[in-house]
Design a protein around this ligand. Sequence first.
Ligand code: 5GP
Ligand code: MN
Length: 316
Amino acid sequence: MKIIDEVKGAMTIAISGHIRPDGDCVGSVMGLYLYLKKALPAAEIDVYLDKPADIFRCISHIEDIKSGFYSEKEYDVFVALDTTDDRLGDVETIYRKARKKINIDHHVSNRGCGDVNIVEPDRSSTAELLYELMDAEMIDEEIAKAIYIGIIHDTGVLRYSNTSPRTLQIAAELIKFGFDFSTIVEETFFEKTYRQTQIMGRSVLESVRFMEGRCIVSMVSRRMMEFYCVTPKDLDGIVNQLQSVKGVDCAIFMYETGTLEYKVSMRSNGKVDVSAIAVKFGGGGHVRAAGCTMNGTYHDNINNLSIEIAEQLENE
Ligand code: 5GP
Ligand code: MN
């Protein structure tokens, strides 16, 4: 199947991804946008997404993204990438009105929310899946760069277990276009601002291990975010840092989003299915990386999550 066959004849197309977009989400959305603009020059194409982090400025035409502005248009086609409809945020109403809905995703928790569903949980990233749906001869350096960014962000730079031989083949095809992949990896994935580094340090310092060191948890309050002048976008990578502690099977990181409301990120080494736990609390994700939003005190939330983790580890 090729994406172009699914959008043939469409004069208006909308593209979007999930709220609080990560690298895979931004890379996929922009990769598809650049591709369709080239393939269908006469079509009107709009991209809706929460404002991406500054690190993604290297992606061509990123300034075309409409954030916080939503039209009443009824699109011929709406492509939702790396997400389910309930995580589209305010764009969900536009999605509902679209004449044809296409859902492209790799989350195991996604049952498909479109008229056409291309959901492949074995794919490292939505960007990888998207590459397969493109005609290779239409891909250019800018499209390749966007897709490459998507892949490296969801695979921890081709190192997590979701990286397959095919992922590496695709990465090889992409870097042939000649963009400076080394700088992209450094500047979008590894480099942290001083403040980001400080809040990461503080989170690690204040983390607590439990279940004989098999679990680790840390939290950032709104007050801490104010103190360090950071926003949620600056907290990426903290949960991965916690997960890399020797002996840890499951890491939990949460930050306060409102009164008695926390955004929870979980990571595991595969012994715990964190997607199953996130789904129980209204979220989703992958076996080794998932998230949800939880209401209650920090300690209640840890308690509720640790019951689920303990149950899985006992049945191991
Ligand atoms: P992160 O912890 O990096 O925010 O997210 C890890 C994975 O879980 C990502 O694939 C992300 O899309 C997914 N995820 C995070 N939060 C939620 C959520 O609230 N709902 C759903 N369905 N997926 C989530
Ligand atoms: Mn993804």
